[in-house]
Design a protein around this ligand. Sequence first.
Ligand code: CA
Length: 232
Amino acid sequence: MKVLLVEDEFRLAATVRRGLQAEGFVVVIAGDGTEGLQQATEGSFDAVILDIMLPGLSGYEVLRRMRAKQVWTPVMMLTAKTDEQDQIDAFDLGADDYLTKPFVFTVLVARLRALMRRGACERPVVLTAGSLSLDPVRRCVAREGTPIELTPREFGVLEHLMRYRNTVVTKADLLEHVWDPRYHGADNVVEVYVGYLRRKIDMPFGTNAIQTIRGVGYLLDTGEYPGTRDEA
Ligand code: CA
């Protein structure tokens, strides 16, 4: 597993490299955004760890240019910022995951492995369900061609439901795939977000795509099977 680490803080980069090497990764360090972009586009990596605050090009700009060049290597962004707007920025540009500094090294390794398992192959595919479309790369959603703004969490829930459309998805599935793996809160947070989603993707359009399967979870109905609608 070969990882590109784009990080200008030399000591942090050296520490992360040492740790990742001990876990069996091969690590290449780029110390600024320009070099990072060059390595990411010319080299072959299983994942990129990308700092946001970098000399040369910012991490956002490196990511934007990578995706513009059709480089789909999974990217984990490192950020000292926790503001949701920053997360939206990076999601819009096609980042796959985030880690806020300072981070716990074992968490970095676990998230990196998860990122690599997901891989880069599915990314250019636009998901559709009836008149609803979701582009995982451009992070945009539309119904009947009308763009719909979603928060990153709402987007994550909808993306998971769309990947498993016409299949019952449990709340536990959604918590596992969309929330932080360390989230141990109540699962009614899923109901809250499904409610937000319905108000954006269904109610304004008179549709009823997200169905509640009582006591089990949710099913995203593509409308291909008439007569299955039974919304609670
Ligand atoms: Ca930095």
